[in-house]
Structure formats: structure tokens, C-alpha cells
Design a protein. Sequence first.
Lengths: 304, 304, 304, 304
Amino acid sequence: MAHGKFHGIYPMLYTFFDAVGGLDRAAMRRQVDACIAAGAHGIAILGIVGEFNKMDVIERLAVLNGVAEDIGGRVPLAVTVPEPSVAGQIAFVKAAEAAKAAWVILQPPPVKGAAESELVRFFGAVAETAQVPVAIQNNPVNLDVWLSNAGLKTLNRNHPNVWLLKGEGPVTAVQRTIEETEGAYDVFCGLAGKEMPMSLRAGCVGCVPAPDCIDLQVRLYEAMRAGTPAGEAEAERIHREILPLLHFMTHSPEHMLCYGKRFMAKRLGLGEVHPRQPAILPTAFGTMVADRLGAALPALADEI
Amino acid sequence: MAHGKFHGIYPMLYTFFDAVGGLDRAAMRRQVDACIAAGAHGIAILGIVGEFNKMDVIERLAVLNGVAEDIGGRVPLAVTVPEPSVAGQIAFVKAAEAAKAAWVILQPPPVKGAAESELVRFFGAVAETAQVPVAIQNNPVNLDVWLSNAGLKTLNRNHPNVWLLKGEGPVTAVQRTIEETEGAYDVFCGLAGKEMPMSLRAGCVGCVPAPDCIDLQVRLYEAMRAGTPAGEAEAERIHREILPLLHFMTHSPEHMLCYGKRFMAKRLGLGEVHPRQPAILPTAFGTMVADRLGAALPALADEI
Amino acid sequence: MAHGKFHGIYPMLYTFFDAVGGLDRAAMRRQVDACIAAGAHGIAILGIVGEFNKMDVIERLAVLNGVAEDIGGRVPLAVTVPEPSVAGQIAFVKAAEAAKAAWVILQPPPVKGAAESELVRFFGAVAETAQVPVAIQNNPVNLDVWLSNAGLKTLNRNHPNVWLLKGEGPVTAVQRTIEETEGAYDVFCGLAGKEMPMSLRAGCVGCVPAPDCIDLQVRLYEAMRAGTPAGEAEAERIHREILPLLHFMTHSPEHMLCYGKRFMAKRLGLGEVHPRQPAILPTAFGTMVADRLGAALPALADEI
Amino acid sequence: MAHGKFHGIYPMLYTFFDAVGGLDRAAMRRQVDACIAAGAHGIAILGIVGEFNKMDVIERLAVLNGVAEDIGGRVPLAVTVPEPSVAGQIAFVKAAEAAKAAWVILQPPPVKGAAESELVRFFGAVAETAQVPVAIQNNPVNLDVWLSNAGLKTLNRNHPNVWLLKGEGPVTAVQRTIEETEGAYDVFCGLAGKEMPMSLRAGCVGCVPAPDCIDLQVRLYEAMRAGTPAGEAEAERIHREILPLLHFMTHSPEHMLCYGKRFMAKRLGLGEVHPRQPAILPTAFGTMVADRLGAALPALADEI
């Protein structure tokens, strides 16, 4: 843990839309309040779970400003920056800073084939102008564009304000990244938290999962953090409790949006989910699976 | 050929940037003028060659409006619509119509895993509000999201204003699409025109290549269109002349932007190309190859 | 459940090699005995877990004949047929029949791009000569070559002895296959059994997991099969117990061979594992994870 | 050019099958004779063009021994070694040596995810026992498993008998490999020879194309080799002549087997081609394209 400033569970919010396709501000606020009430250490937005890939920059800014307002400084806000150009990322980082975001998560641009040095330069050019700490979204397993551990080291050496990492991938790969980057990065794991106890043992400082199980994942994290055998045992117990649900939800991003988003809506007491097209439609069987695997999870309160 | 309204060579313009990363309006105008002077039957914008994937919607609108103004009604404008939502595509189509575009080319949204019927519904919802004829960008070989020939037929049946197709892929696949959609679509081939004489024989009404060889590809098209043995022989002669260059340029989209864009800039008499990062950088060897393969191509005039 | 003849847990055996790279017959026998002692309803061989992709046909036949001899008719043997030609698959099916295999699992040949009808014809030509019931290995999510549900129906209609399916993929997809093929197939799920209780609810007749947790997965299956609420609760309890381990093991086929094979070797009381190159090498951290997640699992006895 | 021992055009033979699926020895012999009569500098076998992926090791050995016999020492034979294990590759190399092969081309095993050092070790273990010079099949663009230029250098340093490379990929990448491996390898280009004049300028010593245009590609190579401006011009003229055909044939491996193999059969005066299933079937349109693009190519004589 290089800096230790940020840690814990940052749920990656769903983006709820209303019946005519606009942002459902009330649902978003409900989600923010419930996550904070459940103990979320921070809030993250605009990941794939948040459907950034189905929104243009104007809608992304609306999500950013709306959620920032809803949080109102209660917890740190981490903002994914999915813009596809240096200038676009710089402008979006500025907007995030204006909205009092605590840190930003730069996404690799959707450009295959360039040398890694060019990608380091891309991120560096954005980091140069950032006032808040900078994370990189890195996913060597599922993304086409990513940095090697050597590339991550170079980036941090050239731009010391890049010291956070959203490290997707198997826990063995995440552990190796932590080891090979020699403490340069505070790493949040992803993968829905499906390996969270082990990821924390590997040295991760937190996790950015979908919000479906935010209450239990916060308790899991706090139990691990206690550092006692009893704490670890409790963490693993909780993990076993929710893993079948996490596993089912995460077959693919669209599968998660089909079943996870509706599951979260139920927990939040929201009405019908209006998917952004094109979308996978839920089947009766799939809905039964989600309901059954999540049966033990109560409604999420919006205050403590 | 179902409608026959649009045909011929529509060069897919490069997007030239200035030294600080903004749109280089003068270079764009030069490109438009040169293409029209070379006989282009229309102009296309915002394909992968145009780096839509490195621009946000605001920049895309700037390209649209700038190029529309530069064309000034001299030839039809075909506008790719790369927005990732129904509402975004509808708004962009409206902007294209306001700019007097002749037709629009809808890109599949970047959403994997949904049923084909959902994709048909997505395109249909956009087409419903369009005033201009609608094309679909379809590339079963290289894109993750595409329509089968049966899906294309359904889409045209439900929305008869969808009657154009940008049909990428091997000429054998394009020919099968034309056959299996039973004349529902006027098909422009792509693939840089690397199979153009055969694509036209397969029933394509035109082609949307990069602009590198616009002058020769226009002559090729007109020669084929003459419909005489001498015309076909001349078309094939031109094709053989430029194919080594076309083949070299198109190893990958970024390879094309590295070598093709610089090659076109030379033909246009433009200065240094400012790549949008991250980008493949040209090597001395690669530049030599491009220069040598294109040595016979003269500067492009900006008026006839 | 169309036929009901075969059901339950068929562990897909690891292929253990000796120090010089040959088949370790003693280790294989130990594995067979332990699986049968643990209650396995059958034994499966030559899946990706069994490293068929690192063996030629001669070695595959050695595995087949060795395991068949070791089983000695105690439980049914299901043999994957990974040969890449019709003639090769026919010959391998004959060898399986000669070894008294109960059923065979045809793998799609590694040939991309052919029409589905050609793949149906391929499998049909093999099935035509088979004396034992025939399963298809179908994995629309991870394999390049697969059959649609319509293709599966056609295959079964043309060749009624093809009535078993190894159905990989999310439980929602497996359920849809069962529904859309209208009972034509008895389906064994795969995916390491990571969704087993739900797969059985979806109508699967069994599962073909790696052998790592054979004892607990047999108990899980039997508990589900009891059909009582208590049974289902017990099945889900066992599932939660082992899912963190199953999830860790299955990040990729080579990850499973790196950690799962060594884990199984420990449970079997075998010595050092000799990997077939090239292989992922275990790290200290990864080994710790496997040990910790599997700490509660005892040594596997080789008799009841 | 490090060694200069082998050079020129090595056609990668098609594998012709008879009506019942066995090896058609007469057709193979006809093909060998025609290639040698056309001036082939060597013969290569068991590439993807040769359908190694649809044959088991026994059939591959039959191809090897049959072709070696047919060549009878007239030109050097290069043998692809597609076996998936160290022991399998060693045994196949020995068989190739016994058949008097001049060099072998090791294919990367189909194992994703291992560290590059493990792949270097794999190839090294095979090379250790080889008596003939060893080439690596390397294709960073289309294969899942490949060596970086640094890995290639290490391999050659550890095993100096590995000094040949079948370098697929864009000519710019091949040139960079030649540069970065500092002369350690004599490189044959692939990609059907679609960039042959430029590949030779980049420093390649030869090419391994499909045999379809063997006569013209030999003339192209010899013209380039003359090293005169007239020679280069003639080479480029021939290249332009055949590129439309080469481009059409190579849309995908199966596309090549569908159209290229039948085209070659016609040039050889063979009868019906019996495809190994599953296969793409030719359409009337595709056959017309192949015939028209290849109309100028005469029958291939089987003696000079």
C-alpha cells in the first residue's frame, strides 16, 4: 500500500434510465444513498457496469454531476474517464475535479496496435494536467489495450500522481502486478469482488464491484481489515454466502445489466428497469436464479 | 440495384488535426475539394478511417458540419452515425439532415451478446425518425456486432427506408448478401476497394474506400460502368496498378492511419500530419514502401 | 431428460505424466480409484482438463485404454473424441467402443468459417457409424466452432443416437438450449460445476467437472437429487463451500492445470506434478491461495 | 541474411485427398513435379494450407514420407512440425530428418497463457535434438502464441541451430523483426507472397506461399534477385499481375482451401477436389471470380 489515502469498497453504480431513456435522477440518488447507508467507502461511476459505452460525453457529464451532487461530499467519488482522446480525457478530468471527485480512473483508448510507449505517453499527457490522484483501468485479460507491469512502472516513474490502479484479472495476476510494480500503486481489485478475500491478502487496498451486494461486501471488507483470525473467518463466510450470486451475475457485461441491474433495482425498491437498447432480455428462468441466489439479501435502506 | 439513387465512389475522408489537436479545417477543405475534383460521386465521413473512435460527439458534429459546408451541395454526403444509443443516433441523424446529408450509415452499437432481434429493433427505432435514406454498416468478418442476411431482410421489410448497405467482407460474402436479401439493398462495398471490379460484378452500386487513390478508383469505376469489354479491361488494369498500395495500407486501421493518412497528405500538398494519440509511428522502411508503391500517383489538384 | 440412461458427476480426469513425459499409469489408476471411491457416477477423459490438446492420437489412445482398464467396468466411461477429421473421429469412436466406453463426446473440428450445415454433416457422418450413444461438446461462449440450438435439433433428428450434450456456457444459455431442443438431449453441464445446483434445476442430468472436488460434488448432486427442501439446502451449502476454490481454479485452462492439477495430486497423495510444456508455473502466492481455499478438503481415499 | 543456405520460393503444398478421404498420392506427386518444373527452390509441407489441422500424426507422417519420396532430393524439403508436445515435435523432427528434409519449421503449441520464457524453453528443447537447421513459425498478428523479437533473439542465442524464421505478418513488422534480431535469422515471408517484392527489399531470403502461382512467383523472385532496375520493374509487374488473385484466395484459410485448392487442381490437370470436412463449399460466383482472376495462368507442366 503505497499511499493509503483511498481504500475499501467503491460500488460501481448502475446508470438508471427513465421510461423515455433519460437519466433517472431519483433512482440514481436512491442508489447513492443506499450505498452510503450500507457503508460504502466511496462511490465509483462510469465503468462498464455503468454503461459508459452506451452514452455520449454529454450524458456522461450528466451522470458525473448528478452523482457528485447526490453524494454531497459524504464519501470520495472515483470517476472513470472513458473519453477516447487525450484532449477529451483532460477535459473530463477537469469536469471531475470541478465536481469535487477524489480521484479519476483513466480508461485505455480503443486503439489497437500502437506500441506500449505510445499508451504510456497517452496516459502521461492526461496525468500531467490532473490535480487529483490518477488511477489506470488495466485489464490484460479482457481488454485489447493494456499496460504491462513494466509499462505501469514507467508511467508511475514519469508521472508520480498516477499511483492508483483498477486491477482486473485473476488474483494471481493482480498479485504479480503488485509485486512487480514494487509498491508504486494502490490497487483496487475488480471482477465483481469474486476473489475479494484473496485480493486483499494479495495487497489490494479495496475493490470496485457492482453494487448488488454492497452491504455484505462492506462487511466482508471490514472483517478482513480487522486482521484477526475471527475477522478473516467471518470475511470468508460472507464471501461464500454471496459468491454464487456474484458468479451468476457476471457471465458478461450485458448479462450483468440484464440480471444484476434488475436485482439491484429490487433491493432499492425501484420500479421497472428501462434498459438501454440493445439489451439482453431476462428469461423467467434467469430471473428465478437471480431471485433465489439473492433471496437472503434484504432491501437496502437509504439511511442508516 | 434496388433504388439506384446513389452510386459510385464515396471516399471516406481522413480527419486532419492541427498541431494542438483541433480539427484542421483548411486541410479538410483541401481534401474535399481534391476528392470532388478527382470525380468522387459522393463523400463519406466518420468511418474508422475518419477516426470516429477517437472523437466525442461534439467533435464528430464539428466534422459533419465542416465537411457539409465545404461540400456545399456539390456531391452527396453520406454520414456514418457512430453514436452508441438509439437517442444518440437519432440526434446525430437529425444533425446530418440539418447539414443536408444525402444519406446516413448507422453503426452497430458496441454491445455484444444481445439477440439479433434486439439489434434489428435498435436500428429500426433510429430509422423510424430518419428523413433521409438509411444504410447499415455491416461487417460480419471484423465487427463483433452484425446482422445476418435474414436480419437485414427483416429490417428492410419493417423499415423500407433502410435500403442501403455498407457491406464489408470478402466479395463472396457480399455477393451472397446481395443474393439472399433479394435486391432489398443497394450495396456499397468497402475493404478499401481491394476487390472493386469483382464487387461491382457481384452487384454493388459503389464503394467507400479511403481517399488515397480516389482519382484512380473513380476512373476504375467509370470504366467498369461503361459495361464494355474494353472498359472492364481498363478497370482491371487500373485495379492491378493500385492494389499493391491498397494492400499495404490496410493491414490494420492504425496502419492505415499511420501510412495512408500521411500518403494522402502528401498527395494533397499538406504539411506534417499530426496524429491523434495513441498512434503507430511510421518507420523509415514503411515510409519508403508507401512512397514507392504510390510513386506513380500525382499530386491531387483541388480543381478540375 | 430424454433418456435418463446416464446421469450424475463424471469427473474429467487430469492426465498425469511421469518425469520423462510419458503417461503415469500409476497416478492415473490412483485418480480413477479415488473418483470411484468418492462416488463418481462415471468417468470422463480427454477434455481440455485432460490436456488432449498437448497429445497426439497415439497418446490419446493410451489414455483411453489405460483408463478403461483401470475402471474395469465399475462405472460408465465417457470419452471425448478430439480427432480433427471424420475418419479420425470414426476410428477413435471405434477404439472407445472396443475399450467398452459407455458414450462418446464429439468435439467440433478446429475449422472456422464453414456453414453450420457442414458441421451437422460432419458430426452426422461420425454418428452414423457409432454403436454407443453420442454426445456433442458444445460451447458457444468459448469455442470458435459450435452448433446453434436449431443445428442441435437437426442433428438429433437426422441421427437419433446423438442424444447427449456437454453443454458449456452460462446456466441461462444451457437452460435455453434444453428448452429449444425440446427434450432431444440429456445435457451434462460443464464450467467446473460452478453453477451446478442451478444447472440441475434447469434440467441438466449431470455435470462433467474437473475432479478436484469430486467427493463434495457427488454429495451435492445426490442431495439435489433427493428432491426435498432439505436436500436442496444441503446441496447449496456444499456448493457455497467449494465455489471459491472452483472459481479460483478456472481462470483459464492453463491456470487450472497449474493449480488444479497440483491440488488434485495432493489430494491423491501423489508426488511432484510433471507439467507438459509449455505451462504456467505456480507462484508461492497462487499455491497459498489454492491451499487455503481447499484446506477443508481431506485426502481422497482410494477405496470406500 | 545470416546464413544464406536456403532461399527462394518454397510452395506450401496442398494436401490432396482421394474420394474416400485418403491421401491422393498421384495428385501429390503431380503437384511436386509441377512445382519443381516451375522452378520452385524448395518445397514446404504441413502448413495451414496443407490442412495439418485436419490430420493426425499418422497422416502427417504419410504426407511427409510421400512428398519426400516424390521430391527424391531434387530440391530441399522444409517440414512444418505441428505436433503439440516437446516429445511429439522431437519425434516428428527425427522423422523429417530420416526422410532427408533440409530444414524443419516448428509450430508454437496450442497453449495460451504461458510466459514467453516457457515457449522459448519449449522450442529450445526440440531444437536441442535436431540435426537439421530449425525455423520457427511466427505470426504475432494471427496466432495466439508467438515470440517477441527479444524472445527470438534469446532462442537463437541459446540454440544457434535455430536460425530460420517463417515470418508472417505485415512487411513492416517483418522488417522490424529482421532489424531487431540483428541478422540472427534468415527470414522467409508468408502471407501468400502478397507483399513479396517489398519483403525481399526488407531482407527476406524467400517466401512460403500457397502453390497457386508458383511459376510466376518463381519468376518474380528471380527477377528481384537480379538486383537490376529492370529486374525490379519486372518483379513488380508480375506482382501486380497476380495480386488480385492472391488477395481473393486468402480471405481465410478455409476460403483458400475452397477456391485456391480447386484452382491449383485445375492448373495441375487434376479431377474433382475432395474436400476434408467440414469445408466451405464454392459458389458459382466465387468460382467465376477465381477463374477470371486466374485466366491468364496456363496449365502447369510436370516437366521442364
